[in-house]
Design a protein around this ligand. Structure first.
Ligand code: ARG
Ligand code: ZN
Length: 448
């Protein structure tokens, strides 16, 4: 897609409509066996060509491709050509390294795809699963755990478990059929269209996510989860998957935080309008990737879900998920809002007010290098730096003070309506706030 931070993630020339992922997963054996799992997948991808396509790519990392069909026709594999060489005009697929972390699955279908036409691409693939790391060395993607897998793909880690156009600008709907050893639970985005089915020692779990999602927000986590189903007063389904092996202290913290989800949804709906998806809930794993992720409708938490983190991941459903960043440099639009939500929740629940939290940030001395980062362009190694989160939140609070509560919340809701199921940039964000407030905000955004 040519994102300046992750140029090989995502692909042009088409727009994915739907991923149907049929997965079979065998977790690692008991210790001392290595922490390696086995994944077999069939991905059925519905896409629309956005231009006449001679060939196109999908991203995949660490998996072997077994077969490819396009519109039901088998596409044969060829060896990747040497640099500067072309394969001839027949149908083919091959896999080539783009860089250390991205492999490109190139598919040349025949007949060619015509602009505006849809196509169904079926890819059978599989391989050993490990514990992939991102550009900074943090675990992400299909993170194999002793009892299953914690699946958290931000920013471009989900190509470790299915062929994908791995960039937020190509949102799609998802459906999942995940087969795991009996006793394990597989938990993905959205709702279960039917009960799990067990046969011959294997259980298949079904999940449907009918709201478009950015690729980094897909999950299909596997573990020794207990599933709990409930509803908010408004009838929104909540599905929580809580690891049976949490410690008593982790479980107590988690249970107390998750019990607050309906109340948090009420608060944030009052600020930001209707909750954007068909369900919410949590996946709380006794393993840890070192952070939580706002996977759509169903955030993943490491070891426990604390109250502030639940508020944080919940507000990402509006800011980050319903409206996603157009470029990874716009990450402050996710993390600033989610951090601001923690401030709002604290204020609501009798802790520090948002103003007090803001003053805490402003008390950091001006010569501290905390202030050096350009938060709307933190660089690919800076996506998750404290400044993106805390200065992002401080920027929003300062903006609220500058334009006043009425314009601030009206503009926030306008942003969410205008870019719903889509993406926006920092420039788009400034434009909405200028339009709604009637103020020139160039100087404000330059300073902040
Ligand atoms: N977006 C996540 C959150 O703020 C954090 C993801 C951190 N990812 C990472 N690779 N370090 O909840
Ligand atoms: Zn966040």
């Amino acid at each position: 897609m040519g994102d300046p931070y992750f140029p090989y993630a995502g692909n042009g020339g088409y727009d994915v409509q739907h991923y149907d992922l049929d997965l079979t997963y065998t977790p690692p054996d008991a210790a001392p066996a290595p922490i390696i799992g086995q994944l077999e997948g069939v991905a059925t991808i519905e896409l629309v060509a956005t231009e006449d396509l001679d060939r196109f790519n999908l991203d995949l990392r660490g998996m072997d491709v077994q077969s490819v069909t396009v519109n039901g026709k088998q596409v044969p594999e060829v060896a990747p050509p040497a640099a500067g060489q072309e394969v001839d005009g027949r149908a083919y697929w091959h896999v080539q390294d783009a860089d250390a972390r991205v492999w490109e699955l190139t598919i040349q279908p025949r007949p060619k795809l015509k602009a505006g036409r849809s196509a169904t691409v079926v890819i059978a693939y599989g391989g050993e699963t490990t514990r992939p790391t991102d550009i900074e060395g943090a675990l992400y993607g299909w993170v194999t755990t002793r009892d299953g897998a914690m699946v958290v793909g931000e920013p471009e880690g989900n190509m470790t478990w299915y062929p994908v156009s791995d960039h937020p600008t190509d949102k799609a709907t998802y459906s999942f059929e995940i087969t795991v050893p009996e006793g394990k639970a597989a938990v993905a985005n959205g709702l279960q269209p039917r009960r799990p089915k067990t046969r011959g020692g294997w259980t298949t779990w079904y999940w449907d996510a009918p709201d478009p999602q950015a690729s980094y927000l897909a999950t299909a986590s596997v573990g020794d989860f207990e599933l709990r189903h409930s509803r908010t007063n408004d009838g929104l389904p909540i599905v929580d998957a809580v690891d049976r092996d949490l410690t008593d202290a982790q479980r107590a913290t988690t249970d107390a935080s998750l019990a607050l989800q309906p109340e948090m949804i009420d608060l944030f709906e009052s600020y930001f309008g209707r909750y954007p998806f068909n369900s919410f809930g949590a996946i709380v794993d006794d393993d840890s990737v070192g952070y939580a992720l706002e996977t759509q409708t169903r955030p993943v938490y490491s070891r426990q879900a604390s109250e502030g983190t639940v508020a944080h991941e919940l507000v990402h459903q509006w800011f980050g998920n319903a409206v996603s960043p157009s470029r990874w440099q716009d990450i402050w639009l996710n993390e600033g809002w989610a951090t601001y939500a923690e401030w709002l929740w604290s204020e609501e629940s009798g802790g520090d007010s948002a103003q007090t939290s803001f003053e805490g940030i402003m008390a950091i001395p001006a010569d501290d290098d905390f202030w050096d980062l350009a938060i709307a362009d933190p660089g690919p190694f800076g996506l998750f730096l404290g400044g993106v989160y805390d200065r992002g939140a401080a920027t929003l609070h300062a903006l609220r003070v500058k334009v006043g509560d009425e314009a601030f919340f009206a503009a926030s809701q306008e942003w969410l309506v205008r870019y719903d199921d889509s993406t926006g940039t920092t420039e788009d964000f400034e434009a909405v706030f200028e339009e709604v407030s009637g103020q020139d905000l160039d100087a404000f955004f330059d300073v902040w």
